[in-house]
Ligand binder design. Structure first.
Ligand SMILES: [Mg+2]
Length: 166
């Protein structure tokens, strides 16, 4: 549950807000399966088609931010209809990602947790760790292959060089 959802729930935002806050990836996966089956769209949901649809939705999401310059957290000054549109495009991206994962036989939740764990090992938390334009890099000895700006200085492991971005 994120901060906004938590606030809505605490305000007594109603059953809909509480249900939305509790949604799981498995629930979304099942809803997408039913949605496709009821419309006989399973024939179109090949991994490639779903990937292209996902990329298209990322484009629609990008259009919302296009030409706005840097946007502060919380989107101050945005109109309600803009925020609602943003939610719709974020949802499109998530739903296609869930469907694509399902059609590829990937457990998305499990894969995401594993990736967070891998990232945590690669970038241990600590005072020397901060985000950079190339991703989070740390100044400790375990990560001396990057300088403090995130630029690669030396490559200690081939896979670290390839996976510069999380
Ligand atoms: Mg869309």
């Amino acid at each position: 549950m994120n901060a906004v959802e938590l606030e809505e729930t605490e305000k007594g935002g109603g059953a809909a807000a509480a249900a939305a806050a509790a949604v799981t990836l498995e629930e979304l996966r099942k809803k997408m399966t039913d949605f496709a089956r009821e419309r006989d769209w399973e024939q179109y949901h090949s991994p490639r088609n779903l990937l292209l649809a996902l990329v298209g939705e990322v484009g629609e999401l990008s259009e919302i931010f296009q030409w706005k310059g840097e946007v502060p957290k919380g989107l101050p000054g945005w109109e309600e209809r803009e925020t609602e549109h943003l939610g719709e495009e974020l949802a499109d991206v998530l739903l296609y990602l869930v469907r694509l994962s399902d059609m590829c036989g990937v457990d998305l939740g499990k894969a995401a947790l594993r990736k967070i764990e891998l990232n945590a090992r690669k970038y241990p938390a600590g005072p020397g760790c901060r985000p950079s334009k190339k991703g989070a890099n740390c100044s400790d000895d375990a990560h001396d292959s990057h300088d403090y700006r995130g630029d690669v200085v030396t490559a200690t492991r081939a896979d670290e060089t390839k996976q510069e971005h999380c």
